[in-house]
Design a protein around this ligand. Structure first.
Ligand SMILES: O=P(O)(O)OC[C@H]1O[C@H](OP(=O)(O)OP(=O)(O)O)[C@H](O)[C@@H]1O
Ligand SMILES: Nc1ncnc2[nH]cnc12
Length: 176
């Protein structure tokens, strides 16, 4: 039977600002069986796509993206908030449900010919995913898919992502 992810994702109304219902995944991450199921489900879904790198955004994208990369047997590339990566970077600005931000990636982290899977805990507006897709494409590599634990479907992230790239978007939990 499929794991009941939703029972371990807690809703916090009006966090971090009024009107936003924050999805807290820390109970799921803290559950050995649930955490392993998330990682194996996303990695298994993309296992036969020739992925050579997994990209994940600071901070929650690291928590799921890095173990998915390990499970797939490929490298992990961090997309970080400004000023955190020590060498030359590319950067992209983006908007999200509660503000704006910038993500940076090392110039040499991804090469032409790489086949990249993006992994994150959640797609809300889709802005964070689009910023990462732009960084991957600017490096001359190919996006092969996006895997999320959760999709806030009412914010229509798939529409925003589809304007940028036609890769498959896979989400374990859909919130309408
Ligand atoms: O689809 P979007 O509207 O772009 O939102 C999704 C992003 O928002 C959250 O990260 P956040 O920027 O809050 O940073 P954190 O992981 O450091 O908490 C989440 O982990 C996703 O990366
Ligand atoms: N509602 C939400 N809950 C948790 N993380 C988020 N990132 C963007 N929107 C979010």
């Amino acid at each position: 039977m499929a794991f009941d992810y939703e029972s371990l994702i807690k809703d916090l109304p009006d966090y971090p600002e009024p009107g936003v219902v924050f999805k807290d995944i820390t109970p799921l991450l803290g559950d050995a069986e649930g955490f392993r199921a998330v990682v194996r489900d996303i990695a298994g879904h993309f296992a036969d796509r020739g992925v050579t790198k997994v990209v994940g955004a600071e901070a929650r994208g690291f928590l799921i993206g890095a173990p998915v990369a390990y499970e797939l047997g490929v490298g992990f590339v961090p997309a970080r908030k400004p000023g955190k990566l020590p060498r030359a970077t590319r950067s992209e600005d983006y908007t999200l449900e509660y503000g704006t931000n910038t993500l940076e990636m090392h110039l040499d982290a991804i090469e032409p010919g790489d086949r990249v899977l993006l992994v994150d805990d959640l797609a809300a507006t889709g802005g964070t995913a689009v910023a990462q897709a732009r960084l991957v494409e600017a490096a001359g590599a190919e996006m092969v898919g996006m895997g999320f634990l959760m999709e806030l479907a009412f914010l229509k992230p798939r529409e925003v992502i589809a304007r940028e790239t036609d890769v498959e978007v896979y989400a374990l939990v859909k919130v309408d």
